[in-house]
Design a protein around this ligand. Structure first.
Ligand code: DLL
Length: 433
């Protein structure tokens, strides 16, 4: 069995907990002393670092949420000197502003190490050619996987997203053995390949896929593995925690969350009590070693389960089960996070658009499709097709630039879209996985 960091990955459970406690203690002292934000938060929660006397005392510490990043845009929560930050990424927030994350060199090293362990646990290493078909740029997927794959000595094909036929040609010509992308993109690639007369099993060397950034199911895994003749592994992470960080191992029994890097809790989202082992709840993560943008008890917003038994692969870190949904209303469209409030924000800045809109999500073929239906203000409603097309293009363009994802727009007659008594239900998600 190959491990990337054998000592850490197979450390006896109690030793790992002792290490986590030490790291947590150091982190709380550091942030209490050097971060105005955390100092104030801890004071407000009436907790002092001296009160952290065991790992279980983590529950005394205050939570952190995505809105804290938004409220402190762009970098007010960074605790290192600006000169020590060597990389930024950003992801969509609930309004027009993204949330910005930053990394020191040590943060980037820890991120790559996490992925090096993860990719090794999926059976990848030197001699593999990994096509990275997550977006490169502000999104953490592309560059994250890129450096993780280089770290294990694999050859990287930085394909990014789009131009699917060329991606497939490259996969064949470059003898690609593994791909990292969203599960829906891989299924889409499979369809395009079929049209090109290429059979993944026979015509490519593809054997493994590292799939995540969006929810998917066991059923989808079976479909991918059977249709494409490969092994598919789940990969999880969020930009606030660094980016893609953790995967399943070859046993495919949950995602290993390395204990020296992260402390995982699963809580009841309403009572904030820890749920019983194996029970569903909200994922809350403390990053134990992050420097530029530390995270204590970050409420990730994903619903999952925690498994602390030692995996049959020999790794002792706890595992989380498949992500089963979100506690908030964030949608994931082709791997990109989209908040309905962000759509509303953009629409409401366009003078021609009225108050009412609907968001419809569907899956066309294997790809997510986002349709926004908007009601025009009466004074802009016209029987001239040209005028209407102009407004439609304007709305589509505005949404595309704020969400970073293609949107189909449909203009609706004044007074034609549903009105709501009580809570508006503007999102219809017809995707079945
Ligand atoms: O999606 C990081 C990433 C890149 C993960 C590449 C995996 C692969 P964000 O854009 O910040 O970061 O979005 C994070 O995506 O809170 C989940 O809701 C969702 N998500 C990520 N991975 C999975 C997964 C990246 N394996 C948000 N299953 C998270 C289900 C996932 N949902």
């Amino acid at each position: 069995m190959d491990y990337w960091s054998p000592r850490i990955e197979t450390m006896p459970v109690q030793d790992l907990k002792d290490l986590q406690y030490k790291l947590l203690k150091t982190l709380t002292y550091k942030l209490y002393s050097f971060s105005d934000f955390y100092h104030a938060r801890m004071k407000e929660a009436k907790v002092h670092p001296d009160d952290i006397r065991s790992l279980d005392d983590v529950v005394k510490l205050p939570f952190m949420k995505k809105s804290d990043l938004r409220d402190n845009y762009p970098d007010k929560l960074f605790v290192t000197a600006r000169e020590d930050v060597v990389r930024f990424h950003a992801s969509s927030g609930t309004t027009g502003k993204p949330t910005v994350v930053g990394y020191t060199q040590h943060d980037l090293d820890a991120w790559s190490t996490s992925l090096a362990r993860a990719l090794t646990s999926c059976g990848l290493g030197r001699g593999d050619t990994i096509q990275v078909s997550y977006g490169y740029g502000l999104f953490t997927g592309g560059l994250g996987l890129h450096y993780g794959a280089e770290r294990i000595g694999a050859a990287v094909l930085p394909a990014s997203v789009g131009n699917t036929e060329r991606q497939i040609d490259l996969m064949v010509d470059m003898n690609v053995t593994a791909i990292a992308c969203t599960p829906s993109y891989l299924l889409h690639m499979g369809e395009v390949a079929e049209k090109m007369g290429i059979n993944f099993g026979k015509d490519t060397k593809l054997r493994r896929a590292i799939l995540g950034a969006e929810p998917w199911t066991e059923r989808m895994r079976t479909r991918i593995e059977e249709n494409l003749g490969i092994k598919a592994y789940d990969i999880f992470g969020t930009s606030e925690l660094s980016g893609p960080l953790f995967t399943e191992c070859a046993e495919q029994k949950g995602i290993h969350v390395w204990g020296d890097l992260a402390l995982t809790e699963i809580l009841d989202p309403d009572t904030h009590e820890t749920v019983a082992p194996g029970e569903k709840g909200e994922l809350v993560v403390t990053m134990l070693q992050k420097e530029a943008l530390p995270m204590i008890r970050y409420r990730v917003g994903d619903v999952t389960t925690l498994h602390e038994d030692v995996c049959s692969c020999g790794r002792t870190s706890p595992r989380i089960g498949r992500i089963q949904g979100r506690v908030d209303d964030m949608l994931i469209i082709r791997g990109i996070n989209v908040f309905p409030s962000q759509i509303e924000h953009t629409l409401m800045s366009i003078p021609e658009v009225g108050q009412h809109f609907m968001i419809e999500v569907d899956r066309k073929g294997e790809l997510d499709d986002l349709l926004v239906r908007v009601e025009l203000k009466r004074e802009y409603f016209s029987d001239k097709i040209d005028d209407l097309m102009k407004i439609k293009r304007k709305v589509a363009h505005a949404l595309r630039s704020s969400l970073n994802v293609a949107v189909e727009v449909e203009l609706a007659n004044p007074d034609s879209l549903p009105r709501f008594e009580g809570k508006a239900k503007r999102v219809i998600d017809r995707r079945q996985m």
